[in-house]
Design a protein around this ligand. Structure first.
Ligand code: COA
Length: 373
């Protein structure tokens, strides 16, 4: 395996959380004490969202009430729709998400934080609407109704994006990826949200910043970049040769490697299983074999493993989601983890302000502007 570099706060404990364990000896990946595999197999994404935001699994009555609350919060104010229509068609949808949340912070400000759970629920409910409204307006000129009546966020999302009611298999596949993406301890975007929160800023600012962080290809943007990589190759053989060449050129292979995990990403096996099933359903003979070939070369050559983003890419592709919406869908899921961290940070807050090693010049004498060479 390639040697780990220093810097980037690697291995530094920067705070504490009750929300999640990542790669902890004997625990693996857990949300509020529940194993990710149990949640992926058994929970709906709405149950996971409740768990992260309220700390316990919901009772049936609580879940029913929550689903109704989320459904009632899916609508977009007219002013926000106008803003979304004004954002150019060639903008990146992550920038649309960022602007959408920021604008919402103007027209529905959080106020004194006493309703922070309602603000979190509102963001959870309306982020899919922001994404799909902009997408459909600019891709086919439709001003869609963002209140589909579908009880699951996964079904609601797919209906808005594709204009069709999804099959149970598609609904469950998306729902499971949303669960896998929901929370991941002090990843870059969550840490960004906590840093913003720690200055006692509002939830919309924290989530706007988190979206900006997630956008980058070293973080959430990797699922989109992985799809572009997979689609470069028309066969497993071409992928094998192509990845060897890219590694020889020292290119980064998107969807591989991780800051915390060293031998595998626990979310990958679930995503890979779904990608394979969806490939079979779609009669795909290229994308899945290409993905496996890339995975094989990466392990053989670099001992690097596919992370959660790699097979999530083909899952979303087979579900009919345009590539540029892959990372925005990640936002629709991770907003649960982000807002849970915002509330956790507020509950025991101290300004986050680390120190830096100074590497600049030693003290210099002031030079008046006319005497500078
Ligand atoms: N492709 C090729 N080489 C990779 C690689 C990848 N995906 N991931 C890591 N490496 C190499 C690095 O270039 C580095 O090599 P070097 O020491 O010769 O420069 C070495 O492995 C060590 O990696 P490091 O830079 O220490 O990893 P990190 O902890 O700083 O970064 C990631 C972690 C996730 C940012 C990194 O693995 C990456 O860029 N992956 C691709 C983007 C991605 O999938 N992001 C989603 C993460 S969930």
């Amino acid at each position: 395996m390639a040697a780990k570099k220093t810097g980037g706060l690697a291995g530094i404990t920067a705070g504490s959380t009750k929300l999640c364990t990542v790669g902890k000896e004997g625990a693996g990946l857990t949300y509020c004490g529940y194993d990710i595999y149990d949640l992926a197999d058994n929970a709906t994404f709405e149950e996971v969202a409740w768990l992260l935001l309220r700390g316990e699994l919901p009772t049936q009555a609580e879940l029913d009430g929550y689903i109704e609350k989320i459904k009632a919060n899916r609508g977009l104010p007219d002013a926000l729709k106008t803003v979304l229509e004004m954002i150019p068609a060639d903008a990146h949808p992550m920038d649309v998400m960022r602007t959408g949340v920021s604008f919402l912070g103007n027209i529905e400000p959080e106020g004194d934080f006493s309703n922070q759970l309602d603000t979190a629920d509102r963001l959870f409910a309306c982020l899919p609407s922001i994404m799909a409204y902009w997408h459909r307006f600019h891709s086919d000129g439709e001003r869609i109704d963002t209140e589909t009546g579908d009880s699951s966020l996964a079904g609601h999302l797919l209906t808005m994006i594709t204009g069709e009611t999804p099959s149970e298999m598609h609904r469950k596949s998306l729902d499971t990826t949303l669960t896998l993406y929901a929370e991941h301890e002090f990843n870059a975007s969550t840490f960004t949200a906590r840093v913003i929160t720690a200055s006692l800023s509002d939830m919309h600012s924290a989530i706007t910043g988190a979206i900006g962080s997630l956008r980058g290809p070293l973080h959430g943007g990797a699922n989109e970049a992985a799809m572009q990589l997979i689609q470069k190759f028309d066969s497993a053989d071409a992928a094998t040769a192509g990845i060897h060449e890219m590694l020889a050129n020292k290119d980064l292979i998107m969807g591989f490697g991780h800051r915390v995990y060293t031998t595998s990403d626990p979310r990958n096996s679930v995503n890979k299983r779904m990608s394979k099933a969806l490939a079979e359903e779609a009669g795909d003979t290229v994308l899945f074999p290409v993905s496996e070939a890339i995975e094989t070369v990466m392990w053989e050559q670099k001992k690097l493993f596919a992370n959660a983003d790699f097979y999530a890419a083909t899952v979303y592709h087979f579900l009919g989601v345009p590539t540029y919406l892959f990372t925005p869908i990640f936002v629709c899921s991770r907003v649960t983890g982000w807002t849970a961290h915002v509330m956790e940070q507020r509950a025991d807050n101290r300004l986050i302000r680390p120190a830096a090693d100074y590497t600049g010049p030693s003290l210099k004498a002031w030079v008046p502007i006319g005497e500078r060479g």
